[in-house]
Ligand binder design. Structure first.
Ligand code: HEC
Ligand code: HEC
Length: 364
């Protein structure tokens, strides 16, 4: 009995194999389609570092895990982080604007306008301090700022309450409770956990492998002739752009007064507000320059619309004031130098960050 059943089964199997493998015209005629392995947004060992950038140093107190980075990505795009559900981090740091907002100053909750321009989140992992005046020392610290800022993401006047109500809202979402539990081991997560997840995601938003990086790696055709001349202007002893915009992210992370807004009756004192040192009046953090063609308008107040205007600003020696940095002085660039310099800045457009668009679905 048993043997007969087995034989029967074997015959059946053979028949099936024959039908699908040999006899089926579909199976035979079509060569197997190569499906590329799905690339994970959040690889187990962290992001692949684009050419031209340096390795990421993950903080000991907040190491990388793929689940944490993914959670941060969801939170970054979730308007439920704001008190009336109208604004997310991505409202002002949008992928379609290279993680800036494309406006001179940002609009937050209830349509309120702030006084400063939204910087890009790209390559912030290489920043020593966050915000234009460097008042946050880490991305974790920074992320808590907008959530408690009454003109950005909350209607609460008090930071502790703003953070508590944000956490309450997120804890009501089952999908978030599960994810926080998996990442941090607790469903009773705090604002610090929220900030840690968001910061982990932000550290993956990178830009490298630009035409400039390819040129440096030996591809002599990667830069046009104009861009090569512009590169020489950039690094020249006259313009000395690299005395402040140096390193993998094109910033030394120093603060400098280059005169922006100093002709206003009440200038933004920038770094001075943090240090209270007179020498820091009107000084702002030197921004990185990667993807700079995509993140206009420029400067802390968004006052310069184009890269041409930025170059004009430097060429004329900035805006005179008693705190102006010594390297900011008339450069006497020719028309050709100026357009070459702008073309070179465009060669710093890179890749990496483009993979992070809005999630298709948020936790429920
Ligand atoms: C209403 C618009 C708005 C929202 C919403 C917003 N930001 Fe910003 N962001 C800004 C502006 C404006 C600045 C610069 C403020 C300053 O320097 O004083 C900034 C600065 C930053 C910086 C510092 C960048 C640098 O170069 O120093 C980071 C990082 C950042 N935001 C991330 C976030 C995260 C994370 C969230 C969500 C929790 C968020 N932002 C929500 C407008 C916004
Ligand atoms: C003394 C330091 C210093 C030098 C030299 C310098 N920069 Fe800057 N750069 C800064 C600072 C600081 C800011 C931001 C100023 C502000 O917003 O008030 C800035 C802003 C910029 C921006 C706008 C960035 C943004 O995200 O809005 C561009 C573009 C730029 N610089 C290009 C150049 C070029 C090109 C040169 C050479 C001609 C140059 N810089 C020389 C310090 C410097």
């Amino acid at each position: 009995m048993r043997l007969r059943a087995l034989v029967g089964l074997a015959v059946l199997c053979a028949a099936l194999v024959f039908t699908f493998k040999v006899a089926s015209p579909v199976g035979r005629a079509q060569p197997a389609k190569k499906v590329p392995p799905k690339k994970s947004l959040f690889p187990p060992d962290g992001p692949k570092i684009p050419r031209g950038l340096v390795e990421i140093v993950w903080p000991d107190e907040n190491p990388y895990t793929p689940e944490k980075a993914e959670l941060g990505w969801l939170l970054f795009f979730d308007t439920r982080v704001s008190s009336d559900g109208s604004v997310s981090c991505a409202s002002c740091h949008a992928p379609e604007h290279a993680f800036g907002d494309g406006k001179p100053v940002s609009t937050g909750i209830g349509g309120q306008k702030g006084g400063r321009s939204a910087p890009t989140v790209i390559n912030r992992v290489y920043g020593a301090a966050q915000f234009w005046d460097g008042r946050a020392s880490s991305l974790e610290d920074q992320a808590k700022g907008p959530i408690a800022n009454p003109i950005e993401m909350t209607s609460e006047k008090d930071a502790a309450r703003a953070h508590a109500t944000c956490v309450d809202r997120l804890r009501q979402v089952k999908g978030y409770r599960q994810r926080f539990k998996k990442v941090f081991g607790t469903e009773k997560f705090t604002i610090d956990h929220v900030a840690m997840a968001i910061a982990t995601f932000e550290r993956m938003v990178l830009s490298g492998n630009s035409a400039f990086d390819k040129f440096k790696a030996g591809d002599k055709n990667a830069l046009t002739e104009s861009q090569q001349r512009g590169m020489n202007v950039f690094f020249s002893n006259n313009a000395r752009c690299d005395s402040c915009h140096d390193g993998a992210a094109f910033t030394t992370n120093q603060f400098a007064n280059i005169g922006i807004g100093m002709d206003r009756p009440k200038p933004d004192w920038g770094r001075y507000n943090v240090t209270k040192k007179d020498a820091d009046k009107g000084a702002f953090k030197t921004p990185g320059l990667r993807d700079i063609s995509r993140t206009g308008p420029y400067m802390h107040d968004g006052s310069l619309k184009t890269l041409e205007e930025v170059v004009e600003h430097y060429d004329k020696g900035g805006i005179k004031n008693q705190w102006l940095h010594q390297d900011i002085r008339p450069l006497k660039l020719t028309k050709q130098d100026k357009s070459d310099l702008v073309n070179f800045l465009r060669a710093l457009d890179g890749e990496g960050w483009q993979q992070f668009t809005a999630p298709k679905a948020l936790p429920k």
